[in-house]
Design a protein around this ligand. Structure first.
Ligand SMILES: *Cc1c(COP(=O)(O)O)cnc(C)c1O
Length: 404
């Protein structure tokens, strides 16, 4: 009864698993790699060091950074590492008053959480009506107490921050650094580099953008890359631990080499095309709060006609998600980002066929029709799945994993 990401459409925005080719699993489970131990003498792990170096070089070429550490084992872990590097950079320059980090209201929740764990104070910057960081709201926040701004580009709404050049100039102008959340770097690979946009530190999620399946909380790898001026801080990280999550690094390297320098540039455009195709096909049925061209993902804000009438509540985003299960589709991300109350965040990825995209669009149309006619039927969906609506907290905390 399992749903397989290799056999079914999985349009989960933001935290998506992108393409996870099975050959990478075979490579990562090869005994010559899987049997390695982090305490083995260096002379016996030359092949593994070559993988690490090769991957580091490829990621530097893709991001425009100067060097990477592979120690962090998740995106959030990378954020904390990156912010600690930024703090160290400022302290090394005798700059002790920089205690604040600017985070947009559309940011992934781990951004403010990591800043908080790092002992930094969070200052929120608002998005404008177009879903992008509002430069005029940013200006008054800048000053000698700002350590950094954390940004995702494209942002969590799937929109490219077009004023990033101006933002970089302003933040650097006040002595702050730019942190890039590269968890979902896939739409930009081979097209635009965060380093060229002015970012100083970033993390990537190899388990999202570079082909490691990560259901159920792992495995992950959140390598951190730095620009030239932070290289001295990175040296200290390198002397403090093992080698990171090597199996995930191996998959990422295999994925990059398999695609090659030219084909890797098609990942972003194809993901972008697929996302815009779905968005444009469904915008007469679902509310599209920000109608511009998106990158790899976009957000609807619930149904246009949810079927609400006297004494009958309209169908919600949760109802749509549950009804999708009846039709054999995994649900998209729902109720995130928090900017919209009925958020439905869809990311198709670059490898889905036109047939799959059309089948999904058909079903989403059909659900919109059902909602308009009979929202109560949707309130009790799914009707064909083995279980209906478990209590979500209990299901997450005490999962029943055996079928009896
Ligand atoms: C997933 C994600 C993170 C956090 O990554 P984890 O590996 O889950 O810690 C951070 N930022 C963005 C934009 C993400 O999508």
């Amino acid at each position: 009864m399992n749903f397989g990401v290799d056999t079914g459409f999985y349009p989960l925005g933001s935290c998506t698993m992108k393409y996870n080719p099975k050959i990478n699993e075979e490579i990562a489970s090869h005994p010559a790699f899987a049997g390695l131990h982090p305490l083995q003498p260096e002379s016996t792990v030359k092949g593994a060091k070559e993988v690490e170096e090769g991957l580091g070089k490829a990621l530097c070429a893709i991001t425009g950074m100067k060097a990477f550490t592979f120690l962090p084992c998740a995106g959030a872990h990378g954020e904390l590492t990156g912010l600690m590097l930024i703090r160290e950079y400022h302290l090394a320059h005798g700059d002790t008053a920089r205690t604040k980090v600017i985070v947009p209201d559309s940011a992934h929740g781990t951004n403010p959480a990591s800043a908080n764990v790092c002992g930094l104070e969070i200052v929120e910057v608002k998005s404008g009506a177009n879903g992008l960081v509002d430069v005029e709201s940013l200006k008054p926040l800048l000053g000698p107490d700002i350590a950094a701004i954390m940004l995702t580009n494209p942002n969590t709404l799937g929109l490219f921050e077009r004023e990033i050049g101006e933002i970089a100039k302003l933040v650097h102008g006040c002595g702050g650094l730019l942190y890039y959340d590269g968890a979902n770097m896939n739409p930009l690979i081979g097209k635009v580099r965060p380093g060229d946009m002015g970012f100083d530190v970033l993390h990537l999620n190899l388990h999202k953008s570079f082909s490691t399946p990560h259901g159920g909380g792992g495995p992950g790898s959140g390598p951190v890359g730095v620009a030239e001026r932070l290289l001295p801080c990175l040296q200290n990280v390198h002397t403090s631990g093992f080698h990171g999550n090597f199996g995930v690094m191996l998959r990422a390297y295999a994925y990059i080499l398999m695609l090659g320098r030219e084909n890797v540039k098609m990942v972003g455009p194809l993901a972008t095309l697929a996302a815009n195709y779905i968005k444009e096909s469904l915008k007469d049925d679902y509310k599209l709060p920000i109608p511009s061209v998106c990158k790899h993902e976009f957000v609807f804000d619930g149904l246009i006609n949810d079927g609400a009438r006297d004494g009958v509540a309209g169908a919600t985003t949760l109802d749509v998600a549950k009804r999708l299960l009846d039709y054999g589709f995994h649900a998209p991300t729902i109720y995130f980002p928090l900017l919209f109350h009925q958020a439905l965040m869809i990311e198709p990825t670059e490898t889905e066929s036109l047939e799959t995209l059309d089948a999904f669009i058909d079903v989403m149309h059909r659900i919109a029709e059902e909602a308009a006619k009979d929202p109560e039927m949707l309130h009790s969906a799914p009707h064909n799945a083995p279980i209906g609506r478990p209590d979500e907290t209990t299901a997450a905390r005490q999962p029943v994993l055996k079928y009896e």
